[in-house]
Design a protein around this ligand. Structure first.
Ligand SMILES: [Zn+2]
Ligand SMILES: [Zn+2]
Length: 379
């Protein structure tokens, strides 16, 4: 089968690799019809992680079931399914409590928790930027779609990661009807957080970024765009909220946060959130932060540390929730919003390209080239 293979920093190619196949009786085999490039693929693409050369990328996948193992009961050949990026067992202590993003059995390293397809340090699972994908515990890890699955696949494929991840940020921030919300980062996840805040009835949604194409998309869904290369985002948010700060905040940038000159400051968005959110406000952080980042210039950042304004955070009595989204917790509801015509997360998509175009697409997306907001590959 053809697949997007990592050759080394900023180098991917589409190669022939052995076909994915059923390996365990609980596996499902999916013929991928839509698979996204994600911002977290870029961390690996840039060589900032331990992602192994020769591995296949792709954790945002959707397709048609073409084979099922002998112990699969629910999922049938021919079903169209969206596949949460978390590979989870369904029966461990964390899965039972709904934290499929911290599954204890699918991650072979006992010091770690959580597994994903085509992801550094998250188990051996191949990615879905390929013609075929093996889904372990297929009954648990496939979300069945309705008859509109093919026609709306550019919406449904967002159920694999960015829509539930954006939604998770607003859940951890406890966004309620009428709330003012500030979101740092208008990449695909930040836009989904804004979209989710809108679904939850937020009164005012502000979103900070500096890329014109992303800010325009934010504006198109009714959010107030804030260009931090032109204004101080904290001042702007305070002005919009009678000096109090936003009720709730979402972090959708992660450890590679950088100022308009391009210099990285791991702590920048976190500290801006502490300053932009009101006393007793809540913050949800879904941007990726990692325990060590040997490629960083800053010595603290290399050790996964950030100079966080804990004093101000404590003083303001704020609460912060962190971590990867447990996609399954939200996916049925979000699917049904799409099915019912109430949500259309594909508004972030700029390109739908054949799999062969992946090397070119990675390059443009990594450069944050204007107009490359979200890419769907079509194997
Ligand atoms: Zn992703
Ligand atoms: Zn588990």
């Amino acid at each position: 089968m053809k697949a997007v293979v990592y050759n080394g920093p900023r180098d991917v190619s589409v190669k022939d690799v052995p076909d994915a196949k059923i390996e365990e009786p609980t596996d499902v085999l999916v013929k991928i019809t839509s698979t996204n490039i994600c911002g977290s693929d870029l961390h690996m693409y840039e060589g900032r992680t331990s992602f192994e050369k020769g591995r296949v990328f792709g954790h945002e996948n959707l397709g048609e079931v073409v084979a099922v193992g002998s112990d699969v009961d629910k999922i049938k050949v021919g079903d169209m399914v969206a596949i949460p990026f978390n590979v989870a067992c369904g029966y461990c202590k964390n899965c039972e409590r709904g934290f499929t993003s911290y599954c204890l059995t699918m991650q072979p390293d006992p010091k770690l928790a959580g597994a994903a397809y085509g992801f550094a340090d998250m188990g051996p699972y191949q990615g879905g930027q390929a013609e075929l994908l093996r889904v372990p515990y297929g009954d648990f890890n496939c979300l069945r779609l309705g008859e509109d699955a093919r026609e709306k696949q550019s919406d449904y494929v967002m159920l694999a990661d960015i829509f539930p991840t954006g939604y998770h940020a607003t859940e951890m921030a406890d966004v309620q009807p009428g709330d003012s919300v500030v979101i740092y980062g208008a990449g695909p996840v930040g836009l989904m957080a804004a979209y989710s805040a809108d679904i939850k009835g937020a009164g005012k949604i502000m979103i900070v970024d500096r890329h014109a194409d992303r800010l325009k998309l934010a504006e198109s869904i009714g959010a107030i765009p804030i260009d931090d290369s032109k204004v101080d985002p904290v001042e702007f948010v305070l002005n919009e909220t009678m000096g109090l700060g936003a009720d709730k905040g979402c972090e959708c940038v992660g450890y590679q946060a950088h100022d308009p000159s391009g210099e990285e400051h791991t702590e920048m968005t976190l500290n801006n959130l502490v300053k932009s959110v009101r006393f007793t406000g809540r913050i949800g952080t879904v941007g990726v932060f990692i325990p060590k980042d040997p490629g960083a210039k800053d010595e603290l950042a290399q050790q996964g540390k950030a100079v966080f304004d804990f004093g101000l955070f404590w003083f303001k009595g704020q609460t912060m929730g962190n971590g990867q989204a447990p996609v399954k917790r939200y996916d049925r509801q979000l699917r049904d919003l799409i099915a019912g015509g109430k949500a259309k997360p594909s508004f972030v998509v700029s390109h739908e390209l054949p799999l062969d175009e992946a090397p070119n697409a990675y390059q443009h997306f990594d450069n944050r080239d204007d107009g490359w907001t979200k890419v769907i590959l079509k194997p």
